[in-house]
Design a protein around this ligand. Structure first.
Ligand code: GLY
Ligand code: MN
Ligand code: MN
Length: 454
């Protein structure tokens, strides 16, 4: 039963509050947002709030205390508004439906919060990312302090709730892994459909439509982020969005798209030939990126540091840049010099992966907070004294996404000009290595060509 999953997570938060000296935790969901004039963006709940409640309505708050009690504030039932905007759960049915101890209508917030905070040692809330929350908490604390003469004590500590929630979210439980496997499978099916539909002369937005069709017909809420469908040289723009460029024979198409299923994201990139056959220079670069991804996948295992996969991929790419003449050995030296000077950044200028979960760039610390700062490469050709990246553990989900982007320049072989290639998969760290969640779409060039022929 899903309610048990969310209750267990809330219980862990309450236990952590107890272990840290007690207090009350307050967490709102996301606001509704206007797109233009009075048209709204499609509503998306806050990820941390949903993680603890499974409740997707706007205008809701979760209040937890160290004794384990949970309170939800949500929109009151409203027959008139429900005709226009849809069904509301309402505070009367919420406890039973969500497994929460108690629910109140939203307009009880200003009274309920000072009551809950009375005689508590601490108030826990997110210190960032929730606009207007800090002043609201200050207002509740002022209301508690105003009762001092009646013998009521106000919390003397304000504590950031996010590190606690982020750390929990970093390790996916069985419920999450099942949803992420499905998000990976649907995302991959979208890529397969786009590759099969691709014909020279089509426009980028037509392939975007194929992705969307597959996501929605499979029960996904939609894309997890704005899909990138980049024809030809558009692939060299990292944050390009599908527009109306024509897909031309002899060129590549880069698609970076994933779906959101059950509130969990997939994040997948494939780069394929518009006419179904990689040219020789395209294949040379593609196989290099694939080899770098293989090297990164091998470093995605328990005990390896988060950055190990990045450096493994980077070394393969940098060696390839030297071997293929993208970098001139006379000018930049050998592999170690290219790594030390970060000369490879001319063609590979982003990271190799990020946490993935309810958010595409998911919550979780990247650094080993329990280790001392030390000198290490800053990735820009220098060094910095900072904590090392943390070690991977089973249950973490990370993307693995090396790429190469070649802009025209007189000192770069012309055969590679305007090629932009990225390969991105989603990996669940397992006890023995990692499980790729997004491999229902082929990645080997021969298999991609076979799929497009079929
Ligand atoms: N699609 C977003 C990313 O790859 O990080
Ligand atoms: Mn991506
Ligand atoms: Mn990504």
């Amino acid at each position: 039963m899903d309610n048990d999953v969310y209750r267990a997570r809330r219980d862990r938060v309450c236990a952590a509050l107890r272990a840290a000296g007690g207090g009350v935790a307050v967490l709102p969901t996301a606001p509704e947002r206007l797109r233009n004039a009075d048209s709204e963006h499609p509503y998306r709940h806050d990820s941390a709030f949903y993680y603890l409640t499974g409740f997707g309505e706007p205008d809701a708050w979760l209040v937890l205390d160290a004794t384990g009690r949970s309170l939800l504030l949500c929109r009151a039932k409203d027959a008139e508004r429900e005709i226009w905007d849809g069904y509301r759960l309402g505070p009367q049915d919420a406890p039973q439906a969500l497994g929460i101890d108690e629910a109140l209508p939203l307009d009880a917030l200003a009274e309920a919060l000072p009551q809950r905070l009375a005689d508590q040692p601490a108030v826990w809330f997110p210190f960032s990312g929730y606009e207007g929350l800090a002043p609201q908490v200050t207002g509740w604390l002022d209301a508690v302090r105003a009762r001092a003469r009646t013998g009521v004590g106000a919390p003397t500590l304000q504590r950031d709730l996010l590190p606690l929630l982020d750390e929990m979210r970093l390790f996916k439980d069985a419920h999450e892994v099942a949803l992420m496997r499905r998000a990976g499978a649907i995302g991959a099916a979208g890529h397969v459909r786009a590759m099969q539909a691709c014909r020279p002369g089509m426009r980028e937005y037509e392939l975007e439509a194929e992705l969307l069709h597959e996501f929605r017909r499979s029960g996904a809420a939609g894309p997890a982020y704005t899909s990138i469908v980049a024809a030809g040289r558009n692939a060299c723009v990292l944050h390009y969005q599908a527009a109306d460029a024509e897909l031309r024979p002899g060129e590549l198409c880069l698609i970076d798209a994933g779906c959101e299923y059950g509130s969990y994201a997939s994040d997948i990139t494939r780069t394929f030939p518009v006419d179904g056959r990689y040219s020789a220079p395209q294949r040379e670069l593609y196989e290099l990126v694939l080899a770098s991804q293989d090297a990164a996948i091998a470093e995605t295992r328990p005990g390896a540091r988060k950055m190990d996969s990045h450096w493994a991929a980077t070394r393969v790419l940098a060696q390839g840049m030297l071997d293929l003449g993208l970098l001139d050995r006379q000018a930049v030296g050998g592999l170690d010099e290219v790594i030390a000077s970060a000369a490879y950044r001319r063609f590979f200028m982003h990271g190799t992966g990020h946490w993935l979960g309810l958010d595409v760039h998911d919550a979780g610390d990247y650094l080993a907070q329990d280790e001392a700062p030390c000198e290490q490469p800053d990735g820009l050709g220098g060094t910095a004294v900072k904590r090392p990246s943390r070690r991977l553990q089973p249950g973490m989900v990370v993307t693995i996404e090396p790429g190469l982007y070649v802009r025209p320049a007189p000192d770069v072989p012309e055969r590679y000009w305007n090629l932009g290639i990225r390969i991105e998969d989603d990996a669940l760290v397992t006890p023995s290595g990692c499980e790729l969640l997004s491999r229902d779409v082929p990645v080997a060039p021969d298999e991609i060509e076979a799929l497009m022929r079929g």
